[in-house]
Design a binder for this molecule. Sequence first.
Ligand SMILES: Cc1cc2nc3c(=O)[nH]c(=O)nc-3n(C[C@H](O)[C@H](O)[C@H](O)COP(=O)(O)OP(=O)(O)OC[C@H]3O[C@@H](n4cnc5c(N)ncnc54)[C@H](O)[C@@H]3O)c2cc1C
Length: 460
Amino acid sequence: MAALSKAGAALAALRMDLAGEVFAPGDPGYDRARAVFNARIDRRPAVIAQCAGRADVVRAVRFARELDLKIAVRGGGHSVAGMAVNDNGLVVDLRRMHGVTVCPGSATVRVEGGALMSHLDRATQPHGLATTGGRTSTVGVGGFVLGGGGGWLDRVFGRAVDNLLGVELVTADGGTVHASAEENPELFWALHGGGGNFGVATALTLRLHELPEFSVALVTFPPERGPDAIRLYRELIAAGPPEASGAVLHLTGRPPPFLPVRRVGPPLCGALITYAGGEDDLRGLVRPLLALPHTSRFLTAMPYAELQCLFDDPPGMRAHWSAEYLTHLPDQLVDVLGARFRTMPAPMACRQLLFPLRTALGSEPRRYPVPQRDATWAVHPFAQWADPADDARAVQWVADVHSGVRPWRTGAVRVGLVGDEGRDRVVAGLSTESLDRLARVKRRYDPDNVFRYNHNIPPA
Ligand SMILES: Cc1cc2nc3c(=O)[nH]c(=O)nc-3n(C[C@H](O)[C@H](O)[C@H](O)COP(=O)(O)OP(=O)(O)OC[C@H]3O[C@@H](n4cnc5c(N)ncnc54)[C@H](O)[C@@H]3O)c2cc1C
């Protein structure tokens, strides 16, 4: 029998050693294992190591270093640019590592590096506890938190990074390190927005908050009423408590499942108010919106974990999205958003989302390498479609939203909400002053830039 090549022998050994599973081209299940949220991404890694625990991650990183393979790290696979997979390299796939341990006594939770929002929310909900999560249940906790992380609860509990208490990391040399305010504080600071640049997070510890009640309202309007609804929503959020959040939704395609509207296609404008409190208080908050002529209303108490699933997307769709932070929301910008709403490509599923941010941050000192402090709103154009022939149309619409809001953007953006948009956008996400410091941390923990499938911070 011919001697195995070095790579073949190393792969055979990896298959033997891993408690999880290994996929290489030709293996049954390989194509399923390489697919990510965005169906436009079609990359063919040399090896996918589905790790079952930290020891597997260490083994996989050492395997890649031995063979000089590029490494991509996969959490929930939701990066728009498909940073979770590469061509001809190794994917450290964390999907099997989704354990969640809640400690109600200390109001903390330990989440394994591949857990999704659904794993986190389902585990904390029975304790009446929650922490800021992404706005769908399928997003990976690791990529979301390390990229900054904002969601329905961020106005009241802070962004995800504000709740980060510790990270267990496998580093580029195959070693392990724990980062917290007490241990390796500089690395801990860098992990608050620096993403997967410093290693593979095998577990994260997050602060939890009491959330005994949660409720949600969605009022939809005829498209021509959209600008009135946004203006009213703006006033309502400005005057309301931080417990109130949500989004202005401009949608085409499949409507949210709880609405009486079933037909796919006609554009829909909605004001969504999420409320970290009871239904009666929420009813009072949304009263002014209900005074506008509207097409449907929905208001109910609902467990937070349930809301998290309401906007889940069907798998296998092509996607493109981006985001921009806004200084304020003047009437002129409301009109621009109304105009972009009218040009949303149909019948594909597009969303133009306008999120209120946590306004108190403007007065807080910059503690972490994530922006937002002077932003009050974020706009998030998000397109999904099935037919590759629609790629250009969808990408163009996202670009049009961008150029339309340019006069009001702060220039900053959370990197987790953008794809591969060039160096300037990484600087916009992390700031020039933070980047110098981040690059020094990178030099210490990953001098060879082994972890570069991300919003990359080259080592100083
Ligand atoms: C439908 C949808 C809804 C979203 N909603 C929100 C939202 O409400 N708020 C928000 O802030 N963002 C949101 N996002 C953006 C999302 O937070 C980012 O795309 C995030 O990076 C996704 O993380 P992931 O683990 O799912 O993705 P992946 O593609 O697996 O990973 C993204 C990046 O993070 C790195 N990474 C992931 N896990 C780890 C880990 N354990 N250790 C080290 N590096 C890791 C990866 O290597 C990669 O570079 C949403 C995205 C989608 C598609």
